[in-house]
Design a protein around this ligand. Sequence first.
Ligand code: 2AM
Ligand code: CA
Ligand code: CA
Ligand code: CA
Length: 259
Amino acid sequence: MDVNEIKRIDKTVKGWLRESRDNVLRKIDTRLTVNTKSSRTDLVTNIDKQNEQFIVTKIREFDPDARILGEEGSGDEVDSVAGHVWIVDPIDGTMNFVKQRNHFAIMIALYIDGAGVLGYILDVMGNHLLSGGPALGVFDNGQPLEKAADTPLREGLVGLSGPMVLHDDYHMVNIANRSLGMRVYGSAGIDIISVLRGELVAYISYLKPWDFGAGKILCETAGLKVTTVDGQPLGMLSSTTVMLATRKAHRDILTIVGQ
Ligand code: 2AM
Ligand code: CA
Ligand code: CA
Ligand code: CA
């Protein structure tokens, strides 16, 4: 796909994100309808569903032959990466959204035949958009992102999933101890923005495709490493452990995980 076509898509998606954000902000002080999914900590609200329907409708108008992988069920059953696949997480960090009305993100990604083309993570309350892909580079609110320094684990903060630390999966306690400190933000999108900006040297969690689809494109474009926690390539269609990290922190963490 030529770069002008990618720029045209980029402009369009940014418009959807602006509208989505306005829709969320307009309803932020209304009473939410909150339902549980797999467990009492796995929530979905009416805003998650409305936001997904809004974005899916826009994608269907714009790219009618594409398939859409969305968290809350407005998309399609996607069982192969062929062709245009859009990945949508309408509210990432739903627990934060419900309890804090803050620290949540909207994420959209476009893959073509399995290759990442464009990724978007919007920190809604911070009004902070990380966007881009291999053809355009990575932008932080429209300005070229300053690449994060290649900081090792012992000299940086690490973002971890709360459940992975509580169960000490993959030596997470050891990983936290070898860093300068751990942070548990409760939104993959907010954590991945922090890795992109060099505020965290790594983020590790157990995630689904809509949690990491955009982040993988942005991080790889920015020269960061994105693999499973034990260093394998990510499958795009299944739940998996995910590590997004500087090259040095990635190597440091793989050594600990392998011990
Ligand atoms: P979500 O809010 O879109 O569900 C912390 O909860 C992070 O892990 C969030 O980014 C959240 O995304 C994601 N996550 C993935 N699976 C989850 C689950 N089963 N329960 C809660 N959060 C989950
Ligand atoms: Ca969810
Ligand atoms: Ca999510
Ligand atoms: Ca979500």
